[in-house]
Design a protein around this ligand. Structure first.
Ligand SMILES: Nc1ncnc2c1ncn2[C@@H]1O[C@H](COP(=O)(O)OP(=O)(O)OP(=O)(O)O)[C@@H](O)[C@H]1O
Ligand SMILES: [Mg+2]
Length: 501
């Protein structure tokens, strides 16, 4: 098909399907590798082939030296670590689309969120995660979100590293217990601080401690190549936290924001530095605050010049806000259902987002076979290619989960285990200061000072923090903590922060 014969390196998606429904192997449908940082959308109803499309693109990127990150929500992408099994169906599809198929495993790295599930544990410190993303995880409203921002600002200003959840909880407890200080923060009400505090304690009781703390993941570890030059496929295994969609979708956003901050500008490189596939992307956008949506839009817009491509995977383009959708250069639209009036409406909306074509898209989109899609991408000059009904190639890695023994082997062999395998509970502001104060108080007792009234535990905690934060020791320590961080904490687009590592 005209418009797809790019001279440079490209990903081979499949072959054009002719009006009679047969594929034409002499009309390959492709995406220029250099355009993979111009983002894309893979959409379609369940079971239509979205995940296989993602697998297909990921393994070809890897094969051309581009590292890939993918979130594996259902556990079916672990198959990328194993060669695909030959079958009649695969052979037939390969012949139809002109593919020379050979079962091939990719170089894979498995990650898990906070060590829950299989893979190298991925964690973020509270400081780095920042208020905007945390507010999204906690489901806070806009007032509460901006209040959380003030609390982080207070901690940042005092050079208090919030490494884990309990650090943040301690700071809020201190604020709610000390009205004078709370007043100084300005714009933060005790009632709102109390609501946030309860939300955090509740979150903590659900085991969220595992996700926050050190060692913090450095997103640049995703940009690795195997010794043979192929890009690593980093797979975040999410089945164990599947029931916490707000948590994992927000973590994915943090990774992207962290990459954005870590990477230098590269303009438009020959090939991307990394391609980031964001599965179940609708989770990001549902109940998102305006500030959050703006941050996503901005991150997606700007990360392109850092050589990172973002592909959103979701059921319908309607899941994605228009400002974000407008930045997605490649479109792979699998079949949509048209059962209900709402389906029909969504279908019309989807059709309206495609460039003009001679297809009756409204009909075609409901009739596409599994592993077929309507495709339009950006040519090497950045112009949209003609809309093409495409039968996709079959992935060459396994189209099913890898055997658990393969997954275990990959994880055990990972050089990242040594770096991230074990959680560290380094002393953060709260612990250091509590310890100092305790040491300070001890001598007084030994001089025979009258024994203090026994107090309830919370009151003791409060007084420790109160004294500590007001003390000159605290200010000295806060200064040294700030310089240990290398600089004052400055927050970027998403309110995330990055420490010099
Ligand atoms: N490109 C392809 N080559 C070969 N088989 C495919 C291809 N795409 C899809 N299939 C077949 O269709 C099945 C469903 O595909 P897939 O898991 O990718 O759907 P999905 O859209 O991700 O579904 P869900 O929304 O439920 O996750 C696969 O298990 C496979 O058998
Ligand atoms: Mg899927």
């Amino acid at each position: 098909m005209k418009g797809y014969d790019f001279p440079g390196p490209a990903l081979e998606l499949g072959a054009l399907v002719k009006d009679d429904g047969t594929a034409d192997p002499s009309s390959p449908i492709r995406v220029p590798l250099a355009m993979m940082n111009r983002h894309g959308l893979v959409a379609g109803a369940t079971g239509t082939g979205k995940t296989k499309t993602l697998q297909l693109m990921a393994e070809q990127l890897s094969g051309q030296g581009v590292p890939v990150f993918l979130a594996d929500v259902k556990g079916d992408l672990s198959g990328m670590a194993s060669p695909g099994l030959p079958s009649d169906r695969t052979a037939r599809r390969a012949a139809e689309v002109g593919q020379t198929w050979a079962g091939t495993a990719c170089p894979v790295e498995f990650y898990s969120l906070g060590g829950i599930g299989e893979g190298v544990p991925l964690r973020a410190t509270m400081t780095a995660f920042g208020p905007t993303l945390l507010a999204k995880v906690l489901g806070l409203n806009e007032t509460q979100e901006s209040s959380l921002g003030l609390i982080f600002y207070f901690a940042d200003k005092h050079g208090m590293p919030l490494l884990d959840l309990k650090d943040l909880i301690a700071v809020i407890q201190y604020l709610t217990d000390t009205p004078e200080v709370l007043k100084g923060v300005g714009g933060l009400s005790g009632a709102t601080a109390g609501v946030i505090l309860r939300a955090l304690i509740n979150f903590q009781s659900q085991g969220a401690d595992a996700f926050f703390g050190e060692p913090e993941f450095d997103a640049r570890d995703l940009l690795r190549q195997a010794p043979d030059g192929r890009g690593f496929v980093s797979i975040l295994e999410l089945p164990a936290v599947q029931d916490r969609p707000r948590l994992f979708s927000t973590f994915l956003m943090w990774l992207l924001a962290d990459l954005f901050e870590a990477l230098p500008e590269v303009g438009d490189p020959d090939k991307p530095k990394l391609v980031f596939f964001f599965d179940e992307a609708h989770l990001l956008f549902s109940d998102a605050s305006r500030a959050f949506l703006e941050s996503i839009t901005q991150t997606v817009r700007l990360i392109r010049s850092k050589g990172v491509g973002v592909f959103l995977v979701t059921q319908t383009p309607k899941d994605v806000p228009a400002d974000v959708l407008a930045q997605l250069g490649a479109r792979v639209q699998h079949a949509l259902r048209a059962f209900t009036p709402q389906d029909a409406k969504d279908l019309r909306a989807t059709v309206s987002t495609f460039p003009e074509s001679s297809y009756d898209l409204q009909r075609l989109l409901t009739e596409l076979g599994i592993g077929e899609a309507v495709v339009t991408v950006l040519s090497e000059s950045g112009a949209p290619t003609p809309v093409a009904w495409t039968r996709l190639r079959a992935p060459q890695s396994l189209m099913a989960p890898s055997d658990p023994s393969v997954v275990h082997e990959v994880i055990a062999a990972s050089p990242l285990q040594a770096k991230y395998g074990t959680a560290v509970d380094r002393e953060s502001a709260y612990e250091m200061l509590s310890a100092r104060l305790a040491a300070h108080e001890a001598p007084a007792d030994s001089y025979g000072a009258p024994p203090k009234e026994p107090r309830r535990e919370e009151e003791q905690k409060k007084s420790v923090l109160e004294n500590v934060l007001g003390s000159s020791e605290f200010h000295a320590m806060a200064r040294s903590a700030a310089s240990a961080l290398g600089r004052e904490i400055t927050r970027s687009i998403f309110g995330t922060a990055r420490r010099r590592r």
